[in-house]
Write a protein that binds this ligand. Structure first.
Ligand SMILES: [Ca+2]
Ligand SMILES: [Ca+2]
Length: 342
């Protein structure tokens, strides 16, 4: 009796099996299985990859061909040929047989099966859940780690007095940063933001900064991520909004830091309400225009009916070949009337 691996060419046939006698009739173990047997006579000697691993190799000779599923994929059965991606909102570690999502408190979302992180700006999570944070509805805003979206976007600010005029002008509040202070952007793509530590290592604490770098909404320190304090100007202040009024800022003017009076005023006009108002006016106008063909005939008929009821105290009215004779009609239209064909 001979298995595949016997006698003649054992190495060549290693991992195969034969269900008949003699060499040259060997079969390979299927994907998801392996065998190191030298004299196998049955497919039963092909061993399965365990759950959490998969192998696409045919005729595998070693368990090492069973590769652990990558992060965020899984195999939940023996002999898997491939690992399956986790569904959205669920996660897995390497070599997992299942995917799962952490239950996170309100204001956070799962980032793995065991970890949560705060919702990004303008997304929210209102309750304990395994779901990702949801985007805010149009016209509403939220900060970092929000449980709800609010209409609390700060007013725009108007900045004047900068050495370079591209840093002057109207800045719109854009997003809240990790310190719960909003950052602002003007039409030239310049930014004003608060940084607890601009170099990320404790130096220059608590600055409101004017910069051409857009700050992070999630970084706690060094919001522009450059590990230095490189920007166009700053003032030390822990105010929740850029300090209004005229204050002395340090501004980089012609390459040197200079004390400069900078004036910041709050603007009571923001883009959003104007846009909404314009949209409402346009929609209203179009609605009226489209409705006119329906409204005009109805109003005409209503007027006609009103006139018939109230203006004929006596008289005749011929409609569709029928003559109505009115007598002693009251203003409400009640009274004696007689109708006959003409
Ligand atoms: Ca920095
Ligand atoms: Ca910068």
């Amino acid at each position: 009796m001979a298995g595949c691996g016997q006698a003649l060419v054992p190495r060549l046939h290693k991992n195969n099996y034969s269900d008949v006698d003699g060499p040259g009739t060997c079969k390979r173990c299927g994907a998801g299985k392996h065998s190191s047997s030298l004299s196998a006579m049955s497919a039963d000697t092909c061993l399965p990859c365990e759950a959490g691993k998969a192998s696409s190799t045919l005729g595998a000779t070693s368990e090492s061909t069973c590769v652990p599923c990558q992060v965020n994929t899984f195999s939940d059965s023996l002999s898997a040929e491939l690992c399956t991606p986790c569904t959205e909102g669920t996660f897995s570690l390497e070599g997992s047989s299942t995917c799962s999502a952490a239950t996170c408190p309100a204001g956070q979302e799962p980032t793995s099966s065991t970890e949560c992180s705060p919702c990004q700006s303008n997304t929210f999570s209102s309750s304990n859940s395994t779901d990702l944070c949801s985007p805010c509805p149009t016209g509403k805003f939220s900060g970092y780690g929000a449980v709800e979206c609010l209409l609390d976007k700060p007013l725009s600010i108007i900045v004047s007095g900068m050495c370079l005029s591209i840093y002057d002008g109207v800045y719109q509040a854009k997003y809240e940063t990790a310190s719960r202070r909003w950052y602002y952007e003007n039409d030239n793509g310049m930014f004003i933001y608060f940084d607890p530590t601009c170099d990320g290592s404790g130096g220059n604490p608590n600055l409101w900064i004017v910069d051409n770098s857009e700050p992070s909404t999630t970084a706690v320190n060094d919001l522009d991520g450059d590990s230095t304090c490189t920007f166009a100007g700053y003032i030390t202040s822990t105010s929740m909004t850029p300090p209004t009024g005229t204050n002395t800022w340090k501004i980089l003017c012609d390459g040197s830091w200079t004390d400069v009076p900078i004036t910041i005023t709050e603007s009571d006009t923001t883009e959003t309400p104007d846009t909404i108002l314009e949209s409402i006016l346009i929609v209203s106008f179009l609605t009226i225009l489209i409705s006119l063909p329906f409204i005009v005939p109805r109003v005409y008929v209503m007027c006609l009916r009103f006139a018939r009821r109230n203006q004929f105290s006596k008289g005749k009215l011929i409609i569709d070949g029928r003559m109505t004779i009115y007598r002693n009609l009251s203003p409400s239209g009640k009274g004696i009337q007689h109708t006959e064909s003409v």
